[in-house]
Ligand binder design. Structure first.
Ligand code: FAD
Length: 491
């Protein structure tokens, strides 16, 4: 693992001893699951645990903030990954999601629906970096295409399902677009090859987060504070607390920054993760349409990034898992914490712009047309063709180059830990990721994620980040203000 400075105070692997206080910034999937895992560990029985989130003060007690990535109508729950480590973690999480018999179960009360997932790809040419060089060799390791990802994922889910013939029987190849159309059952299709995995499904994200918050609160161990952190308090070597926008200072022995796509505004991540805005649109349905789509599978085209999840409460969501939009934001008064005191932090960082702080915000026009295309391709009903979107939304990922999370101690600052870099796929891990983060906090990171979740930046390694894990559609590097309708241009 590369370190920012070999003489950094935090770089020696110290034996772990539980701190007396922990402050977690952010109550999304990463922050809330960490709080629960720590609250349940005997080692932390004498540690005070506080969670702070920029939650709406007009709605006290609502965590996380309504514009958090973790809050939405739905999220795909899958073990369908090209990387066996994430496939296995997804499989572990699904054991919890499938607990549905009791209202108190994670997947109960309609929070989880196992309607299956169709994962498909288009036959796209190899990405530019895989192009042959003049001497006939490859310039660098080829990037995965959406189709490559789908095929690797297919192999991984078959291997996971091999332990149980019932599970294995629920995974089936879809060799062409007609097979995909038949499996989808809406009359629509997408992609040229794929498979259906009836062991995957989707969760009602907002309802699940409310249930999970209740679980955390029931431990009686976690103190919640509504407030916006504007900076981290520190001395020369150690982060000691946070300052809130209302002037309050919260101190703790260990600060865990789990602020999702906002993290780069608090801590200089040195180009390891960047906030990207992703587009979604919602269509209101009749009850008959809801009933007809309720049990259809989720469909995700890894080449275009388009996906549709069955509707919730007569609302259908169409989304695009893409390179997304950057939102460069100048931080005049509170730049992020530098990599170390000798390095000037950036004053312009891509940060979320959401309808919570900017109620008139819309998505770019070309994105709206693209989502309309996806709807017509995947559900080509004449009744939906011209139905206006009832709402659109920009939702923000913390994207890393490889799609791996960033869960590690800061290499320089003592008392600082980050859990971010969700790369748009962390929701499914809600029941298991908190324990993995807690393992990293106690300096026992899971072996299969060593080298993946580590802090990787070295001094001067700052560069543009585009997630090249084979799952992204669209064009890399688009800047939101350049593509928004005129009236919503520069913030
Ligand atoms: C459009 C979209 C579709 C997705 N689809 C899927 C899917 O199908 N399946 C899947 O598994 N995952 C999916 N994801 C990804 C998943 O939702 C995220 O990976 C996960 O929710 C990230 O959790 P988080 O805790 O890192 O961030 P968040 O949920 O964004 O939480 C961060 C929290 O930090 C708080 N915060 C930020 N800054 C501050 C501050 N300065 N002071 C105080 N609080 C602060 C925020 O208010 C927020 O509540 C999707 C994400 C998006 C955006």
């Amino acid at each position: 693992m590369a370190r920012a400075a070999s003489s950094s105070p935090s770089s020696s692997p110290l034996p772990f001893s539980p701190p007396s206080s922990i402050l977690i910034i952010g109550s999304g999937v990463f922050g809330l699951s960490t709080a629960l895992a720590l609250a349940r560990r005997d080692d932390f029985a004498h540690c005070s645990i506080t969670v702070v989130d920029r939650s709406d003060t007009a709605q006290p007690g609502v965590f996380p903030s309504p514009d958090a990535a973790s809050i939405d109508t739905s999220r795909i729950i899958r073990a369908d990954y090209a990387d066996p480590a994430y496939a296995a973690l997804g499989d572990e999480a699904q054991v919890q999601w499938r607990k549905q018999d009791e209202p108190a179960d994670l997947g109960g009360q309609g929070r989880y629906s196992e309607t299956g997932l169709i994962l498909v790809g288009d036959f796209t040419p190899p990405a530019p970096s895989a192009a042959p060089s003049a001497d006939g060799g490859l310039k660098q390791k080829p990037k995965l295409t959406g189709m490559d990802y789908a095929r690797l994922s297919w192999a991984n889910v078959l291997s996971l399902a091999a332990k149980d013939p019932e599970l294995a029987a629920r995974v089936r190849e879809l060799p062409d677009s007609e097979a995909i159309r038949e499996a989808l059952g809406t009359g629509g299709s997408s992609g040229f090859w794929g498979y259906i995995n009836h062991n995957s499904g989707w969760a009602n994200a907002a309802a699940t987060m409310a249930w999970f918050l209740d679980e955390v609160q029931q431990t009686g161990r976690v103190n919640f504070i509504a407030g916006t952190v504007v900076s981290l308090e520190h001395d020369e070597t150690t982060v000691t607390g946070t300052k809130l926008s209302d002037g309050r200072v919260l101190s703790a022995d260990l600060i865990v920054v789990a602020a999702g796509a906002w993290t780069g505004g608090l801590v200089d991540l040195g180009g390891q993760a960047v906030a990207t805005g992703q587009v979604m649109a919602y269509v209101e349905l009749t009850q008959a349409e809801q009933d007809e789509l309720a049990n259809t599978p989720v469909i995700l085209n890894l080449s275009s990034g388009h996906f549709i999840i069955p509707p919730t409460n007569r609302v259908l969501k169409i989304a695009r898992h893409a390179y997304g939009y950057l939102n460069p934001t100048t931080l005049l008064t509170n730049p992020p914490l530098p990599l170390n005191p000798a390095i000037t932090p950036p004053t312009t960082v891509s940060l979320p712009r959401t309808a919570l702080t900017d109620p008139s915000l819309s998505i770019p026009r070309d994105a709206e047309l693209d989502l309309r295309y996806a709807l017509q391709e995947m559900i080509p009903w004449s009744t939906l063709r011209n139905r206006p979107f009832s709402k659109t939304r920009l939702c923000w990922y913390s994207d890393t180059a490889t799609g791996d999370f960033l869960i590690d101690y800061h290499p320089y600052w003592r008392g600082l830990f980050v859990a971010t870099g969700d790369s748009g796929h962390a929701f499914k891990f809600l029941p298991v990721i908190g324990d993995k983060i807690a393992d990293c906090i106690v300096r026992e990171p899971p072996a299969e994620f060593r080298g993946k979740w580590d802090w990787k930046v070295t001094e001067g390694s700052r560069r543009d980040v585009f997630t090249e894990d084979g799952t992204r559609g669209g064009t890399p590097g688009l800047v939101l203000a350049d593509v928004l309708p005129e009236e919503h241009g520069r913030a």
